[in-house]
Design a protein. Structure first.
Length: 576
């Protein structure tokens, strides 16, 4: 009985294995391979010996193994095609409505991004935002080995390890980040001493979190580096215990055409490469190694709240309220405006001059608006503006003083030929100097205690050329700050910014000419990437006033190299 039971189970297994093959062969007889001999599919069970059954089982096992090997080879070829050409929409998928894609970045799965962090990725093309992140999702293709799935949530570590070297022809004393406003003059001691430094401070670590809740896609993003300010001389002499600091940390909710973001992010005034996305791969902050980026770049990383509306896949409209800071200068190495003598002690705690550390009593947030248009990934155009309000209290006459400031920008990023992009970012403000890396004061104080916003503007223009594993770039950055002079009634002397007799860091104009490269030596979605980067910059600055017989400008040469290992992985590839 036991033998008969085994024979019956064997016969049943043969039938179940062979029957789908026979049916498939019959349905595709015009194209399929010849049908196997009848001895393998129609032999009467009663005529089979134990040896014949064993042979059939061995044959079927070999066929199943070959099928599995073919399926694996096809999957590997498909993954290779997706890495080379970008993820494609599943067959039969059609867009629904005009919803914009949730993650439009083209370099899905790339681990050696030319930007400073792993790119954002996107879902398969053609999926509308309402369908790109369904409640129940499955990974499509090979996931990152570092991705962690917790229920319906995907956690993706992001970051890289950097080794940076910098040489400057004069000693600006600013580490691996340039203080553009304080380049020393060549007739000073610091102007006659060069500077060399090695650092790993720009190394970053962070996490991206993707999930869905009741039809809303939730995206969390955190990123930190080690560029915190040291508090002890032992940091430099004995132990480079670089301080961990927060760069960005925000949560984004996306449902249909609406998007809400809250947390610390790049300011919405920072130029985008695509849309109004807060993901680093969709933001333009140059490819410079310099951790203070390119002179003239409009940017800040600050807490805020923004609401975005996507009427279709090309247009995005955004409104934001961001943390304010009314400033009279003193950041980025530039000089602060001079206050009237009788008001200096009362106004210093009310106006940021480089050392107040979030104690300035701002009256309201900075309000921003931005409109962006994108044509596929070949053309990006945006206009943006900011409105600011300043307020102080004059203890001498018991009155409040108010002033309104603002600024606007027009930015363009276009592909002129495959791999070649032209970009121009232009900003002009009346009281918006804090957004030019703090290189310009927002305002000055008149002799009577009233407030006057200062005109300032900047530009960053250039080209980027990407060919296979090589990126080349060239940028020009410029900043202009208008002077504002008033008379101090207590002593009859001029005060404000850029007056005759002002410090030689009350700058009128600054310029930076940069070219560099980013060479990918090796990359693999499973193990990460190794890149070598180089940057050369020539900087100049011209103050409004220099003493008689002193040079009226100064300049600096800077060379930087960077070796980077980037963590493997990308954003999750999601499909139905």
């Amino acid at each position: 009985m036991i033998l008969k039971a085994r024979i019956l189970r064997t016969m049943l297994g043969i039938v179940l294995c062979v029957y789908p093959i026979a049916v498939t062969a019959a349905d595709n007889s015009s194209e399929a391979a010849p049908t196997p001999p009848s001895t393998e599919t129609t032999v009467a069970p009663a005529m089979l010996s134990n040896d014949e059954i064993a042979q059939l089982r061995s044959l079927l096992a070999n066929q199943q193994k070959q099928i599995q090997e073919l399926q694996k080879a096809m999957a590997e070829q498909q993954q290779m095609l997706e890495r080379l050409t970008g993820a494609k929409a599943p067959a039969g998928t059609k867009p629904a409505g005009n919803s914009a894609p949730l993650y439009p970045h083209a370099s899905l799965g790339e681990v050696a991004s030319t930007t400073a962090i792993v790119p954002s990725g996107r879902p398969p093309e053609g999926l509308p935002a309402s369908e790109a992140m369904p409640q129940k999702t499955e990974m499509v293709g090979e996931p990152s080995p570092l991705q962690l799935r917790l229920g319906g949530v995907t956690l993706t570590p992001v970051g890289f390890a950097d080794f940076t070297s910098v040489w400057r022809s004069t000693n600006a004393g600013s580490g691996i980040g340039s203080n553009f406003g304080s380049i020393p003059f060549l007739n000073t001691t610091q102007g006659r001493i060069s500077e060399f430094r090695l650092s790993q401070q720009n190394s970053r670590i962070g996490m991206r979190i993707d999930g869905d809740f009741k039809g809303t896609h939730v995206l969390g993003y955190w990123e930190s580096d080690f560029l915190g300010n040291p508090t002890s001389n032992n940091f430099a002499v004995t132990n480079h215990a670089d301080l961990f600091r927060l760069r960005v940390y925000w949560v984004d909710l996306r449902k249909d055409k609406w998007e809400l973001l809250a947390g610390q992010s790049w300011s919405m005034l920072t130029p985008n490469r695509y849309g109004i996305s807060a993901l680093p791969g969709d933001i333009f902050y140059s490819n410079d190694i310099d951790v203070n980026y390119q002179l003239g770049l409009v940017w800040s990383r600050t807490p805020g709240l923004r609401v975005l509306y996507h009427p279709n896949s090309s247009w995005t409209l955004g409104f934001a309220a961001e943390d304010p800071e009314q400033s009279i200068g003193g950041s980025g190495g530039n000089g602060a405006a001079t206050l009237p003598a009788a008001l200096a002690s009362a106004y210093t705690p009310q106006l940021e001059s480089g050392g107040q550390l979030l104690t300035v009593p701002n009256v309201m947030p900075d309000f921003e608006a931005k409109l962006a248009y994108d044509y596929k990934h070949k053309f990006h155009f945006e206009v943006a503006g900011v409105v600011r309000e300043f307020k102080t209290y004059n203890i001498l006459n018991n009155t409040h003083n108010y002033a309104t400031g603002g600024g606007g920008e027009v930015n363009l990023n276009a592909e002129l030929a495959p791999g070649l992009r032209f970009l121009t970012n232009n900003y002009w403000s009346d009281g918006g100097g804090r957004y030019i890396f703090g290189l310009a004061p927002d305002l000055v104080v008149r002799g009577d205690g009233s407030l006057a916003p200062i005109h300032s503007g900047s530009t960053v223009d250039g080209f980027e050329w990407n060919r296979k594993n090589t990126l080349l770039y060239v940028y020009y950055g410029g900043v202009y700050i208008q002077r504002y002079t008033t008379i101090d009634p207590s002593n009859g002397k001029p005060v404000g910014y850029g007056f005759t007799g002002s410090a030689n860091n009350n700058n009128r104009a600054m310029n930076e000419y940069t070219f560099g490269f980013n060479q990918t030596f090796w990359k693999d979605p499973r193990y990460g990437a190794i890149n070598l980067m180089g940057q050369y910059s020539y900087l100049t600055r011209n103050p409004w006033y220099v003493a008689s017989g002193q040079p009226d400008d100064t300049h600096l040469n800077m060379i930087m190299f960077n070796l980077r290992y980037t963590l493997p992985g990308s954003a999750p590839t999601i499909g139905k």
